[in-house]
Write a protein that binds this ligand. Structure first.
Ligand code: GLC
Length: 365
């Protein structure tokens, strides 16, 4: 973490592969810095992640601090992207508050405005908030998005397709992504994180500041539970997407103890998502499951961490201890990688990657 810290007040995910600032990574970094006893870095990291927030509340998912023109032609403007990522800043602020760190009111206002943008202008008159680009999910190459890939999906073709899906974004005059005629998904995982981050702010005393009610989002998610597949669906009327881990994130906000139990069983079942180094990102019964391919089967530390949070909040001590052990074991075996083989912890992607230090944030089992 020290080697990845940059003086402008953020942590790079990896110095060579990811030398810029990413929104949800930075929120997880803030949690890590708080646990490592560096609250001033946690606060600085949140401040820099929210530094280019638009007046309408939209928060860009990337900031190219050192090279503002690097992808200016791609995004149509310098310095930041025009899409967002899961709004984990609510959880990060709550974690700081729980640790007794003074979080100033301007940061809280920014977090509230970020969530209000999503639930307001981005959602429009829908039940749930659409993501308008696969990158907004944080789970870029998840098999959930395969139906947008065309019949000849390959990693290269999908990479190009993601570029085309940036071109088709509908932007507000200030450059906030509002819609996308070619990709709009009321993703269960993303919406779970919107609701969870709002609940986190409410839980630490900022309830009065939220200009929207969270319950309708949770109710809408609850209506999308499929008991046979044991997953939440993005769209009740479409053919279900392959079962992927991020679609189980509504476990963070559901009030149903039966669903919590069903999710925990799936997470630990070695024929479903279970792996000794953390839940696999794709259900092992899916044809798309590949334990070492980017977003198509490996364990991801930030997702394992979120399920650990869910287990702990629901009082599932044994599941929380199992998830904590898996996360620590995967982080150590992988050399603190971006993601890893869920069974043997072989490090994959960028190594080392900052968010693997979430292993330090889970209580010893
Ligand atoms: C990859 C991941 C994304 C993450 C970024 C930086 O693009 O898919 O979720 O934010 O790397 O770590």
């Amino acid at each position: 973490m020290e080697a990845h810290w940059r003086g402008r007040g953020y942590t790079v995910p990896n110095a060579a592969v990811y030398p810029h600032q990413w929104l949800w990574d930075s929120c997880f970094h803030a949690v890590i810095w708080a646990h490592l006893g560096r609250p001033e870095r946690a606060v600085a990291e949140l401040r820099s992640a929210l530094a280019h927030q638009h007046d309408d509340g939209f928060v860009p998912h990337m900031t190219y601090w050192e090279h503002p023109d690097m992808h200016a032609a791609f995004w149509g403007r310098p310095t930041t992207s025009t899409i967002t990522q899961p709004p984990m800043y609510g959880h990060a602020i709550a974690e700081l508050a729980r640790r007794g760190v003074e979080v100033d009111s301007s940061l809280v206002r920014q977090a509230v405005a970020g969530l209000a943008f999503l639930v307001g202008p981005r959602r429009g008159d829908r039940e749930l908030v659409p993501i308008v680009h696969p990158w907004e999910s944080g789970c870029d190459d998840s098999p959930r998005w395969d139906r947008w890939a065309g019949s000849e999906r390959s990693a290269q073709r999908w990479y190009e397709r993601k570029g085309e899906l940036v071109e088709s974004l509908d932007l507000s005059p200030s450059g906030s992504a509002l819609a996308n005629p070619s990709f709009e998904v009321e993703a269960a995982g993303f919406n779970a994180l919107v609701a969870f981050n709002a609940m986190e702010l409410a839980a630490v005393g900022f309830h009065d500041q939220l200009p929207f009610a969270v319950e309708p989002l949770i109710d809408a998610l609850d209506r999308r539970w499929d008991p046979l597949l044991a997953t939440w669906l993005d769209d009740r009327d479409a053919t279900p997407a392959p079962r992927t881990l991020e679609a189980l994130l509504p476990v963070l906000v559901t009030g149903s103890i039966e669903r919590v139990a069903a999710v925990m069983t799936e997470l630990r079942d070695p024929d479903a998502f279970g792996g000794r180094c953390g839940p696999a990102q794709v259900h092992r019964g899916e044809p798309s499951f590949e334990p070492r391919a980017y977003w198509r089967g490996p364990a991801w530390p930030q997702l394992t961490y979120l399920f650990w949070v869910a287990a702990a909040r629901h009082g599932r001590r044994d599941d929380a201890a199992w998830l904590a052990r898996a996360l620590r074991s995967g982080a150590e075996r992988s050399g603190w990688a971006e993601y890893w083989d869920p069974d043997d912890g072989t490090g994959l992607g960028a190594v080392p990657q900052s968010w693997s230090a979430l292993a330090a944030a889970v209580a010893p089992s």
